[in-house]
Design a protein around this ligand. Structure first.
Ligand code: PMT
Length: 400
């Protein structure tokens, strides 16, 4: 029980009969030297008192936005940044609904909306409420946001009914969160490098060649690595995407800039090359805008292959080098060739011949080819955010 020491958790207690169990979760974390602050929603105060929580947690208890804004030490943004994780226990149907719609009418919902940390929900409600379409829909939204659910369980309920909706036991909740925090602690000394997005190769000051990459796949991988605790650097070509501010984002435009940024950020333990780097650049970029003419000949030359450079680096080759292969035909054959030619540990093949996956889509379907294991693994068609979580699960398995 030593690893979670010095971690900070913000508990949000909502109004439900199982609110009393949150005291036991707090007690377990306090015993583990976790620093704790707590927000009580208005209805939670009907079930537990600020005094009992302060005594147990030895930390501040907040109940409304107004009291927080009167504090000189912390506002709602700082409070959401302060925590390593936010734990909502119990998470009522009402709170789940508010969070799914981005509501910010009270301190709890405002802090969650402003948070860039892992959020855990321990739902507790009547079985019919749990099974209701609207709750299911709201939970799907929250899962897509990356919130983690703990429970609920099936059992006898306080209302006398039986079914799914009973809050998980405090020890289960504690172990779940602790495992997450300990993993973060384990990986935060490990550096991960991700490239993403397209590159622009200039013909003249206002024209360039590029490709359809949106950067989504790479950004999601960087987010998943960061969420698991890796010290993550994302080197990105031009995109419109946002990324949590504690990911080290380096924006570049050309392949040459991407190479230089990559070199400056070595060594790393893990490198994932999801960028669609232009294989060619213009041999001689025009200093002035090219005038209209009947015929124009543009000469190209090869760009350095960044992945190849890194995977063959004598001194600074990351332990795990992962490349992508975007193919419109002969997917497996071409991917396997890249796995060998580019000296990767894995190559992730994706079919970019269809509009519903690959370039500039929320979705993808991939096959991971593992060099040493001499095997492949297909990850079925789903959101890039979910695929990224699955890729990072496998990265963690491999480095362990
Ligand atoms: O950005 P999205 O819209 O989300 O789309 C995701 C994606 C389809 C771009 C992504 O999943 C993907 O397949 N990225 C690699 C695209 C690509 O250009 O692959 P490639 O087969 O040309 O290159 C093979 C590998 O070498 C890639 O890892 C690439 O990053 C790397 N490479 C290529 C050329 C170069 N000069 N330097 C490189 O590092």
């Amino acid at each position: 029980m030593k690893n979670s020491t010095n971690k900070k958790i913000l508990f949000i207690i909502c109004g439900g009969i199982s609110a009393y169990k949150s005291l036991e979760v707090i007690r377990l974390f306090k015993k583990n030297n976790t620093e704790i602050k707590t927000i009580l929603t208005k209805s939670a105060k009907e079930f537990v008192t600020p005094l009992s929580i302060t005594s147990l947690s030895q930390g501040k208890v907040y109940d409304d936005l107004f009291s927080l804004e009167n504090e000189t030490e912390m506002d709602h943004i700082s409070l959401s940044r302060w925590a390593d994780a936010i734990v909502i226990v119990p998470a009522t149907a009402n709170t789940i609904s508010k969070l799914a719609t981005g509501n910010s009418e009270d301190l709890a919902s405002t802090v969650v909306l402003a948070s860039n940390k892992q959020i855990f929900l321990a739902p507790a409600m009547n079985v019919r409420m749990w099974e209701h379409q609207s709750t299911k829909k709201n939970l799907k939204i929250l899962k897509d946001f990356g919130y983690k659910l703990i429970g609920p369980e099936i059992g006898d309920m306080a209302c006398g009914e039986y079914g799914e909706g009973k809050m998980s036991e405090p020890l289960v909740i504690y172990n779940h969160i602790k495992t997450h925090l300990d993993k973060k602690l384990k990986y935060n000394k490990m550096k991960a490098l991700v490239t993403a997005g397209p590159t622009n190769e200039y013909i003249d000051p206002v024209r360039f060649i590029t490709n359809k990459s949106s950067g989504k796949q790479g950004y999601e991988i960087a987010k998943s690595l960061h969420k698991r605790g890796f010290d993550t650097t994302l080197i990105s070509g031009p995109t419109n995407l946002k990324i949590p501010e504690d990911i080290n984002l380096i924006k570049v435009e050309t392949a040459e800039e991407m190479l230089k940024a990559t070199q400056r950020n070595l060594p790393a333990h893990i490198a994932v090359f999801s960028a669609a780097v232009s294989d060619f650049k213009i041999k001689k970029r025009n200093d002035y805008k090219i005038k209209k003419q009947d015929n124009l000949t543009i000469n190209f030359e090869k760009n350095i292959d960044i992945l190849n450079y890194v995977s063959n680096h004598n001194l600074m080759r990351p332990k795990l080098v992962i490349g992508f292969a975007a193919e419109t035909n002969d997917l497996e054959k071409n991917a396997l060739k890249k796995l060998v030619d580019k000296n990767c540990d894995w190559i992730i093949a994706n079919d970019v011949s269809k509009n519903d996956r690959g370039f500039n889509s929320e979705f993808n379907e991939i096959t991971i080819h593992y060099k040493n294991l001499k095997k492949k693994e297909k990850l079925s068609y789903k959101k890039k955010s979910e695929l990224s979580e699955e890729i990072v699960d496998r990265i963690i398995n491999q480095i362990n």
